[in-house]
Ligand binder design. Sequence first.
Ligand SMILES: *Cc1c(COP(=O)(O)O)cnc(C)c1O
Length: 455
Amino acid sequence: MNDQSPNSWESRADAHSFYGFTDLPTIEDRGAVVLTHGKGPYVVDVHGREYLDANSGLWNMVAGFDHPGLTEAAKAQYDRFPGYHAFFGRMADQTVALSEKLVEVSPFDDGKVFYTNSGSEANDTMVKMLWFMHAAEGNPNRRKIITRKNAYHGVTAVSASMTGKPYNSVFGLPLPEFLHLTCPHYWREGRNGESEAEFTKRMATELEDMIAAEGADTIAGFFAEPVMGAGGVIPPSKGYFQAIQPILKKHGIPLISDEVICGFGRTGEVWGCETYNFMPDAIISSKCLTAGYFPMGAVILGPELTNRLQAASEAIEEFPHGFTASGHPVGSAIALKAIDVILNEGLLDNARAMTPLFEEGMARIGEMANIGEVRGKGLMGALEAVQDKATKTPFDGSLSVSERIANTCTDHGLICRPLGQSIVLCPPFIITPGQLDEMFDKLGKALTQVFNDVA
Ligand SMILES: *Cc1c(COP(=O)(O)O)cnc(C)c1O
């Protein structure tokens, strides 16, 4: 429990700060966790308590919270050129260099990059690019965007409309023109007696039927996360992307890979589309792009979309879009360093090396009677709590089981995130075997405690 006396940091947080995506009864009971700094994969609160952050902040702090190379890159660039924009044909040198680097490490032979300040804005930007491009090509009706239920693409009005979560109905979203397919989660969505291959086929048929019903000439694009992140770490069913990509191609529908979480190594390859062996038309990046040390997002266009967007822009002599801080020189310098640290200084190698231990730990916890499914890829995983393992019956929502688990973990000095009825684990890429042991040990204790209370 935190200090809730009138002048505590916790009370001050409550008085004048709004929390996003926060269970307010938990705050009422426990107060906020107010943090001062971090050390490696740990964060430290105002009382000096340390927490192992099993979620890398929000998936992004993959280099930990005190990486000297990243803070040095930031300081040096602040001294050199602390801010500029990317409008009117002007651009910081570091941003030019970052675009070259992003195209080089992308799966594309060639391409161009557009910068934003977040993943939501990058998805928003991509939708506007598609609308603009199709209209310029004489297809102004190609406006509908297809995503999947449980997808998470962000929170702006457009990206929230792409997000396939019921909570957006409180905003009167999705906007018209945003369509959602079934979530390709075989364990939860597969029918009785349906094989995984049959399930994948049904997902592909659903897409074909949707395209036929709506009319291919009304569809602007299809967006997918390689592994759904905030939907509960849901890897696609086997063969999913191989089944849907030809359908999209046949109907001239660009496939956009939202790699905001998967990009830069989370699934074991640099890009999730490499892990799942498909070639998108564009990539959306953010989160690990700067290892969380600067707010930045990027749309990375492959060669075909680059050419088409270039032609659309030339027709009206500009692309009328951009954010004041797009392509920020400090963000660019940090991103250049972060990419180097991840790819060349051992972070991705370590993430790969730790994956078997991570999977073993997850599997061990998965033996508990109240864990229904263990799923994940690379260093991202989820444990789904169930009341009954055999029937996959969830706990009654009023028990707030995953919230309780996360709170009990906090008491044990472990931060992990409740998502629906599951607990998400996505440790930073610097994690050590000893820290993985600590993570599973604390999580196991917390789960035992909560399941004893509710079962
Ligand atoms: C986090 C996330 C976003 C949104 O990024 P923000 O920077 O929070 O706007 C978009 N897509 C995916 C897959 C994400 O995980």
